[in-house]
Design a protein around this ligand. Structure first.
Ligand SMILES: *Cc1c(COP(=O)(O)O)cnc(C)c1O
Length: 231
């Protein structure tokens, strides 16, 4: 079965990358990105032991998640609009894409109404691309204490989507910058941030070499998407 083979190949790539930098393969969390894929695909992945999934659109997730195995856990990895925060808080165990204080405040408000604590990552625009969402690094550091003071939010770390390139090595400086930024954020907070979410199908080995703790993999697991999910 192709999914099983794809998963085995990814696990082999994870082990090889970890071997090069003396890291434990089980320190890397694999988030299976299921955008555009139907519940049957998620069921097949769950049968192979994958239980952590990523979606980038609230509407799509809202329709899909009720038809997926109840033991599946979901991370939101797309751009979140404030009018979708209530649904996002309900559907996801983590929102990886917090990129403004206003959005964080809205999530906090919705989490409070749902009597929940929401785990989040702060998304950083590592290359300063005008077309991309994400905090500018200095802005994130400047707002960090205020973000951390929101009672219904738990900041677990940072996430980034570097510019697309067919050459994985070109992502390395962006991954390095996110790792260094995490260290600065930890200094500001005086506490460790356990999660560095970086690396996708084509470049996750480089991300692991640079300290990623969570790779977000779609295409290498499930094959090409019929519809291109927007990043
Ligand atoms: C689609 C997507 C991924 C997965 O990309 P692949 O190249 O298919 O592995 C990872 N992260 C985010 C935020 C995405 O939107």
């Amino acid at each position: 079965m192709i999914l099983a083979e794809n998963l085995a190949a990814i696990q082999q790539r994870i082990r090889a990358a970890c071997g090069r930098v003396d890291r434990e393969p089980n320190s890397i969390t694999l988030l299976a990105v299921t955008k555009t894929h139907p519940p049957e695909t998620i069921q097949a992945a769950a049968d192979l032991g994958l239980l952590l999934f990523g979606e980038n659109k609230v509407q799509e997730a809202k329709a899909k998640i009720p038809n997926c195995p109840g033991k599946a856990r979901w991370h939101f990895i797309g751009h979140l609009q404030s009018n979708k925060c209530r649904d996002a808080v309900e559907l996801f165990e983590m929102i990886q894409s917090v990129d403004s204080l206003a959005l964080a405040q809205e999530i906090n408000k919705r989490a409070d109404a749902a009597a929940k604590t929401m785990r989040v990552l702060l998304e950083v625009n590592v290359a300063g691309e005008a077309s991309k969402f994400g905090y500018q690094p200095e802005q994130m550091l400047a707002e960090l204490k205020e973000l951390n003071a929101l009672p219904r939010l738990e900041i677990h770390g940072l996430m980034a989507i570097p510019p697309f390139t067919p050459v994985p090595e070109k992502s390395r400086p962006h991954f390095q910058m996110l790792r260094e930024l995490k260290a600065r954020a930890e200094t500001v907070l005086g506490a460790p941030l356990p999660v560095l979410s970086m690396g996708m199908s084509d470049d996750f080995e480089v991300a692991i070499e640079e300290g990623s703790t969570m790779i977000r993999v779609g295409t290498a697991l499930f094959g090409p998407r019929a519809m291109k999910g927007d990043l």
